[in-house]
Design a protein around this ligand. Structure first.
Ligand code: F6P
Length: 324
């Protein structure tokens, strides 16, 4: 018979994402609602290694729903890859009496949670939270919508100045390994081109279409580029060389990771945080709390860890189609 869950630990790990606080709140209060004990783990897996734990009650998560970042702090923790360090973490988990773990984060967070589950047989649930939206098994991650909206409003402002000066801009958005943010932002900003790591681009072709757009009366052009698609400054220099026109670069950077979460990010955080706790209490042992086709489901964590999510190529192509 499976052991009843009486005490859960919660942590945030990896790159922070707006809505992580709303997810912590949902996890803590859903657990308290079920009369569970809740322990907060500071700085993600580093806190597990060092035993940096504290009790959480409903007041520990008061007034955080609208705040960006994470009150539990976060680090990237390469030390967790070493078995001897993980053994220390396992001793800390057992000493503290944790029956289950909710990990809030992206792909690295999911992989580490799955490892804990395999090695310690601890029930784990992941709430996918990452601005990158690259977690397989969920259509959307907590924080993605906020990051996209932040980038869209920044690029709308860039469009104003680009149009006044009749300039070409390269706007670099986050996404070291994939183009989820770039693809969505490009479409929503009416970009003339969008560059993502997943698709090879032809510089000459892009320049030709910028020239054609100009001939059709366009007064500005914006190329939205994911950071993993190449070096934005080099690209700007190449376009200048090819077209003889000045190109400005704007790297949006970390502003995309901060700020108050949008209603959508908070909504997802609430639903997925609650689902994670519910699934653990119902006896599920290694799950990803997910949204799939508008419904809230728990997916096997093994899939999230072993499969790769792909960008929406139709949306990617549509940006070019609509940039007439
Ligand atoms: O959170 C994901 C992400 O924002 C990537 O898009 C980005 O490349 C990376 O994190 C940067 O992370 P850091 O500099 O905090 O390690």
């Amino acid at each position: 018979m499976k052991k009843a869950i009486k005490h859960i630990g919660v942590l945030t790990s990896g790159g922070d994402a707006p809505g992580m606080n709303a997810a912590i709140r949902a996890v803590v209060r859903s657990a308290l609602d079920r009369k569970l004990k809740v322990t907060g783990i500071e700085r993600g897996y580093w806190g597990l290694l060092t035993g940096d734990f504290h009790d959480m009650d409903s007041r520990s998560v008061g007034n955080i729903i609208s705040r960006g970042g994470t009150i539990l702090r976060t680090v990237r923790c390469p030390e967790f890859r070493e078995r001897k360090n993980r053994d220390q973490a396992y001793r800390n988990i057992l000493d503290k009496g944790l029956d289950a773990l909710v990990a809030i984060g992206g792909n690295g967070t999911s992989a580490a949670a799955y490892t804990i589950h395999r090695e310690l047989k601890l029930p784990v649930a992941v709430v996918p939270a990452s601005i990158d939206n690259d977690v397989y098994g969920t259509d959307e991650t907590v924080g993605f919508d906020t990051a996209v909206n932040t980038a869209v409003s920044a690029i709308d402002k860039i469009r104003d100045t680009a149009s006044s000066h009749e300039r070409i801009f390269v706007a670099e958005v986050m996404g070291r390994e994939n183009g989820f943010i770039a693809q969505e932002v490009g479409l929503c900003c009416g970009a003339e081109a969008v560059l993502v790591p997943e698709v090879k681009f032809d510089l000459k072709q892009i320049c030709r279409s910028l020239v054609l757009g100009h001939k059709r009366g366009k007064v500005s052009s914006i190329i939205v580029m994911a950071e993993g698609a190449g070096d934005s400054r080099k690209l700007a220099a190449q376009i200048t060389k090819e077209m003889g026109l000045e190109v400005r670069v704007s790297v949006l950077g970390y502003i995309q990771r901060g700020g108050s979460p949008t209603a959508r990010s908070r909504f997802l955080a609430a639903r997925l945080g609650n689902l994670a706790v519910r699934a653990l209490c119902e006896g599920h042992i290694a799950i990803l709390a997910a949204i799939q086709k508008g419904g809230f489901v728990h997916a096997p964590l093994s899939l999230a860890v072993n499969k790769t999510k792909h960008i929406d190529y139709q949306a990617y192509k549509l940006t070019y189609q609509l940039a007439l």
